[in-house]
Ligand binder design. Sequence first.
Ligand SMILES: [Zn+2]
Length: 661
Amino acid sequence: MHLAREIEGHNYNYYVLDNPVVSDEEYDHLMARLTLLEADHPEYRPVNSPTTRIGAKVPSGVKTVRHSVSMLSLDNTYSIDELKEWQARVTDALDGRQPDDVVELKIDGVSCSLVYVNGRLTSAATRGNGEEGEDVTHHVRAMRSVPLELRPVKGVAIPSLLEVRGEVYMDRRDFELFNRARQEAGDDVFANPRNSASGALKLLDPAESAKRKLRFFAHSFGRIEGGLVLLSHWDFLTAARSFGLAVNSYSRLCVTFDDVVAACGEFQALRSTLPFDVDGAVVKVNSFADQRLLGETMKSPRWAVAYKFPAFQATTVVNDIVVQVGRTGVLTPVAELEPVACNGVMVARATLHNFDELERLGVSKGDRVLLERAGDVIPKIVKVVERSAERIVVRKVPTDCPSCREDFICVDEGMVAFRCVNPECPRQLERRIVHFASRDAMDIEGLGDSAAAGLVDQGLVRSIADIFSLSADGLLSLGSFGPKKADNLIKAVSESRSRGLSRLVFGLGIPNVGIKASRLLARRFGTMDSLMGASLETLQDVPGMGEVSSKALIRFFTRPETCRLVERLREAGLVMEETETAAKTSLSGKTFVFTGELVKYTRGSASALVRALGAEVGAGVTRETDFVVAGPAAGSKLKKAIDLGIRILSEAEFEEMVNGQ
Ligand SMILES: [Zn+2]
C-alpha cells in the first residue's frame, strides 16, 4: 500500500537522515488513516505494515537465542598513550604498515543483533554473554528507527542474510520526559537512559517498551551472505545507511594516528551536547583484509579498541554516613561528603539508595571515595579508592529509627528498604507536614522545612490535623515567628481548607499515589467517604492505579490512624469533596466506543478515564455513539462507525481530547 510506504519513508527521514519532513501530528494522522484503510481492506495490508509494529504481549518469559557468530567485547584504553600502544601493536602485526582507521562514537546503550533474511527483519537478540542473548524481536519491531524491511538500493542486491549489530538506546530528552511521568505517577525513576532501555527490553509487552521510545544505531555486522561485497568497515557503514539502517553520523575515516587523536578529541568535546549518552569512542581498522590478518583473541578483536572518555568524576572524603527518614518512614543511608566540584556542581551529599548498596560499596566514615555525576543525574559513589586508617565499620542495618529510637524497623515487602513504622515518629511527621503543605498539595505558604521542624520539635504539632488549630500565641512561642509571619501562616492554613479532595488526597502522601492519580481518584469517587470505601476492582479501574498502588491505598485508608486523621480534618472544616467536578466537562453524557489496540492505554484505563470525565463507554457501535477510538487492528466496529458517519478518533486525537478537559 502506498500509504504504508509513505509512513516508513517518514521514519527513515526522521531516524536515519535526521531530517523529518512532517510534524508528529501529521505522522499520527497518516497512521490513523492507514489504520482505517487497512480495517476496510485487510486484504491489502502489507506483511510489514507500520500498523503491525506493536504486536501482542509475549505470552511467556524470555527466550534465549544463540548468536551464530560470537558478539565479542572491545578492549578498553583510557588515555591517548594507551591508544598509541594499541596502534603500535596493530602496525607491528601488519609488518610496519599503518592502516586506515574508522573512529565512531561509543553509545552507552544495550548491544543487540538484528537478523534480516532477504531484506526482512526476522529476529533480534541482546548481546547477553556474547554467545547467547535474549530474544527481543517484539521490542525491536516496535522501534520506529528500525526498518522492518531494508530499503532497496539501485544497482545493489539486498543480501540474502544480514546480521547487523548496534546499540539500542534512549535519547536523553525522551528519558527525562519518561522519568518525569513516572515520578508524577509515584513510580521509581531510572538512574540513567541505559538502565531504562535495558529494563524496557525485559518487559513482556511491546506497547509498554514503546513508551520509552527506544532507538537503534547500527555499528557493525556479524554475518553478510549473498548479494553484497564489501571491502571495508567504512563501506559497511555507507551500505547500512543506504539500506535504511540508522548509522550515527559521528564517524570519521582517519588516515593518520593524528587524525584518530583529533577525532577522539572532537567527540569528547561534543559529549555533553549530544542528545544521547556516550562513554567513549571506538577505533576500528578499516580494511576487512587487515582485520582478518589481525584476527581476534578469545574475548575481543585485535583490530578494534574502545577509547573511554574520562568520566565526570571526582574523589572526596566521606565525613559521615547518616540515615535519613522519609515521610513514609523509609530509611535511606546518605553519605555526607567533604564538598567537591564534580561536573560543574559542588557536591556535599550522595545518597547510597539502600543498605544493600551501602554494604556492596563497603564505604564507611573517613574513606576516600570516587564520585561520578553524568548530565543532570544525581551524583553517585562509584567505589572506595582509599580506606580510612581508623575504619568505623557501619552496621549493615540500623536496629532502631534514628529519629524516634523506636525498634519498629521492618523490611519493606519486595524491596531492599527498611522502614520505621512508628506512626508518631517525629522526623516522618515533619516530612509529611512539608509534603502536605507543598504547592501541588494543600499549598500552604510559610510551612516549609524549618517551620515544620520547629512545630514538631516543640510539640505544637503531633498530627497533621494540629496544623488547623495553631494559634498566633503558640507560633510566637517558637521564637522563629514574628507577629506578621505568624498571622500569615494562620491565614494560609485557613485558606487551604477549601482546596478540595484531589489536593487533600495527594497531600496525605499515600504510597505510590502521585498528583495525577490523586486527581483521577478525586474525579472518579467525588468524596472522601466514597474513596475510602472503594473496592480493589473499582480502584484498579482508575488510570495509573495498578494492583500495587490500589492495595497500598486500601491499606492506607483502613489504618486506624488514617481514619482518625481524616475525621479530625473533617472536624477542622476541610472540604472533602472534589471541587472540580466531572459534570463540568464538555464530554459529559457522550458515549465512546473503543476498537483495535491502544498503545498508551489499556482498554480498562481508557474506559476509566472516559468515565472520570462524565462520559460513558459503549460496548457496540450504535447511532447513539458519539466517538469511536480506533487503534491498530480495528475490526467491524470501525466499519460500522464509518457506515453510520460517527466521528472516528486516533489514539493521539483521543488523548488530546481527554487532556483538553
Ligand atoms: Zn522513627
